[in-house]
Design a protein around this ligand. Structure first.
Ligand code: IP8
Length: 250
């Protein structure tokens, strides 16, 4: 059972303060993942390690070489903390930095060298990816969100479980999480679905939903759930739909 799990940067970091991890939450998340570690590709958001430096340097609208370097360096640091916590929880993971293995065109993944991820899975190693800066064949500076990575990887690996954990209970409509959403229903709820309250250069909840609806169009359902609630990550990894299910099911 191949599983693609994303844990949002709002869980792992304090998104209002640059380079501010939440060590207790990183540890808890690692322990929950360690309870169901097999065939999991882990993607984490950039949180305040990515969105704040990216915004400071005007990425992705402006091409800023220093901004690319500084932003990548700090998201890689967060990735290292996640891998360290996983190792303490008994799971060996390795970093797969998107900057070095994929290329975008107009902000969308065009080429992605997936073999290292497949080999790691075969060898019982958890690949750990993250939202990152990336090169774009059109010459623009670019950012690849963890959500876009989830959607691409889930499609490529034909994942059985696809789950995006954020700090809200799912896709909220009138303050309540929708149990399920399909593309047909999107127009009715779209105006109520926001971006993000914090600094976010990749589109917040709307960005997640659009990525996952693309996946649902290919027959792969997914979920957006609250990873801040203890136990939810384990439930999601077992394939239980928590939060909002994206897609129509079979
Ligand atoms: O937190 C954003 O990734 P996300 C990546 O998954 C950067 O949206 C560098 C801001």
């Amino acid at each position: 059972m191949t599983r693609v799990l994303k844990i949002g940067g709002s869980i792992l970091t304090d998104k209002s303060r640059e380079l501010q991890p939440r060590p207790d939450e990183i540890r808890r998340v690692a322990q929950e993942i360690a309870a169901h570690p097999d065939d999991v590709v882990l993607v984490h958001g950039a949180g305040s390690f990515g969105h704040i430096p990216a915004k400071k340097y005007g990425l992705p609208q402006e091409f800023n070489r220093e901004g690319l370097r500084v932003t990548h360096r700090s998201v890689a640091q967060l990735c290292e903390m996640v891998i360290e916590a996983l190792s303490h929880a008994g799971v060996e993971g390795l970093p797969v930095h998107p900057l070095s293995c994929l290329c975008l065109r107009d902000g969308r993944i065009e080429n992605f060298f997936m073999e290292p991820i497949e080999e790691m899975l075969k060898d019982g190693i958890m690949p750990v990816l993250h939202g990152d800066v990336a090169m774009d064949a059109t010459g623009k500076a670019a950012i690849v969100s963890g959500d876009q990575l989830v959607s691409y990887i889930a499609r490529y690996l034909k994942a059985d479980v696809v789950a995006i954990g954020s700090n809200v209970d799912g896709v909220l409509f009138s303050g309540r999480p929708l149990p399920r959403i399909t593309r047909k229903e999107l127009s009715q709820v779209q105006s109520a679905i926001g971006g993000s309250d914090e600094v976010d250069v990749t589109g917040g909840m709307r960005g997640k939903l659009l990525e996952l609806l693309d996946l649902a169009d290919l027959g792969i359902d997914s979920m957006i759930f609250n990873a801040g609630i203890k136990g939810n990550i384990a439930r999601a990894l077992k394939g239980e739909y928590v939060g909002t299910r994206i897609g129509g099911g079979n």
